[in-house]
Design a protein around this ligand. Structure first.
Ligand code: GLN
Length: 411
């Protein structure tokens, strides 16, 4: 049998191929000269399978797609409080290069617009790094997300730096508000180097898959940043990643995403996959025209919108009965499936409504295939309360789904 996903990708790429609307980024001379016909798309699953069609190994500069990853590095290196003190998390509703600072604090509104990204760049690495050391940390961090060594394209970097008046203006504003503590020119130079890192569509899909996989690169298995950082980054991508098109994107596509002016676009679907597309012509927001069309198709064809409400999970209570043996009566509850808060609540309610009178209560979780932390603690608490009421409580837990940490607090 032929694999299904590549055939699907080929079909969808064929459908958008003829759309020649939009323009390559005009304000960076080297990008304006890029081949506008390039087109590629890659799906990378969280277990490391890569499906790609089109120009998936052609290199181009990462541009603003570096922003969420640099934000992840800053959060990991400096901690949430120091980063949040300098960069907010509110959608600005404005263009990516707008000088969008909060009127009272001077903080950039979020790390996805340039003002926030320039500040974020300055927060990567420990305090006291030189600009060159910081760029090195950024390039190594981006490489860890991609799972291969990446490098800066010096020609594109020089081309952007030569016409970086707007970013320099933003950086000087940030410096005057005390948000930047260093020489604005050096920070912009570092930020533009960060934007000039060369990637392929395949790399971008792996980087997105690392976010989708709780910060673990699916191929190298390296934990690049921890889960709390990933949650913060995905939240900001979902609300601010597409600039002043963020609301349209959230409703129509519904995948945390980030675009770059070289034509790249990534989406990270938590727990499922990373997606990347490449097509250099941009719309008025600076987002790839055919990239946006591809994501719209992917989302609707494959039901990938994160707000899609899944069919109500199968009943978590599989059975509830009494077994009578030589040693007396036992109440036997058997649970199944994936249990999160709502499932655990259902289980607790079942136990309460049953109000077991039998001396022994068995909680059988052998058919439970996943349980999150709150559900695990709720089941332990239910067991503790049953024991308090005088029952002998026995877990049937062959896969150690509910490692008991006695004395653990539920809240
Ligand atoms: N380097 C670009 C800039 O700062 C990145 C912008 C983008 O990709 N949206 O203008």
């Amino acid at each position: 049998m032929r694999s299904i996903v590549p055939d699907y990708l080929t079909d969808v790429l064929g459908d958008v191929e003829s759309d020649a609307s939009g323009e390559t980024a005009g304000y960076i001379p080297e990008l304006a000269a890029a081949d506008p016909e390039r087109l590629g798309a890659v799906f990378a699953t969280v277990d490391g399978e890569v499906y790609g069609v089109g120009d998936i190994d052609a290199e181009f500069t990462i541009q603003s797609i570096s922003k969420p990853f640099a934000y992840a590095m800053a959060l990991a290196d400096r901690g949430f409080d120091s980063v949040l003190a300098k960069v907010g998390v509110e959608p600005s509703g404005e263009a990516f290069n707008e000088i969008s600072l909060e009127s009272d604090t001077g903080r950039p509104r979020n790390p996805m617009i340039n003002a926030g990204a320039i500040t974020t760049h300055s927060l990567v690495g420990p305090v006291g790094l030189t600009p060159a050391e910081r760029v090195e940390r950024v390039v190594q961090g981006l490489s860890a997300f991609a799972g291969r060594q990446l490098r800066v394209d010096e020609t594109i970097c020089a081309s952007e730096m030569a016409s970086a008046h707007r970013n320099l203006a933003i950086a000087h504003m940030l410096r005057s508000h005390g948000i930047l503590a260093e020489d604005p020119r050096a920070v912009v130079d570092g930020y533009i180097r960060q934007c000039s890192v060369l990637v392929t569509t395949r790399d971008l899909a792996m980087m997105a898959a690392t976010l989708a996989n709780r910060g673990v690169n699916p191929l190298s298995n390296e934990q690049v940043v921890d889960q709390t950082v990933v949650r913060q980054v995905l939240s900001v991508m979902a609300t601010c990643g597409m600039y002043d098109a963020a609301g349209d994107w959230a409703t129509q596509v519904g995948i945390p995403a980030k675009s770059g002016v070289a034509g790249g676009l990534i989406g990270a679907l938590p727990g499922q996959l990373g997606i990347a597309t490449f097509s250099p012509r941009l719309d008025v927001h600076g987002n790839s025209v055919r990239g946006v069309s591809l994501f719209e198709r992917f989302s609707s064809d494959m039901g990938l919108h994160v707000m899609e409400v899944p069919p109500t999970a199968r009943a978590v209570v599989r059975s509830n009965r009494v077994r009578t043996g030589a040693d007396g009566a036992t109440r036997l509850f058997r649970f199944q499936g994936a249990i999160r808060f709502a499932g655990a609540e259902r289980i607790v309610r079942e136990i309460l409504e049953t109000a077991p009178s039998e001396p022994r209560v068995v909680l059988d979780v052998s058919l439970v295939h996943s349980i999150d932390d709150v559900a695990r603690r709720m089941l332990l608490e239910a067991a503790r309360r049953l024991a308090q009421d005088g029952h002998e409580v026995i877990f049937v837990d062959p896969e150690a789904m509910i490692p008991a940490d006695l004395g653990e607090k539920l809240w």
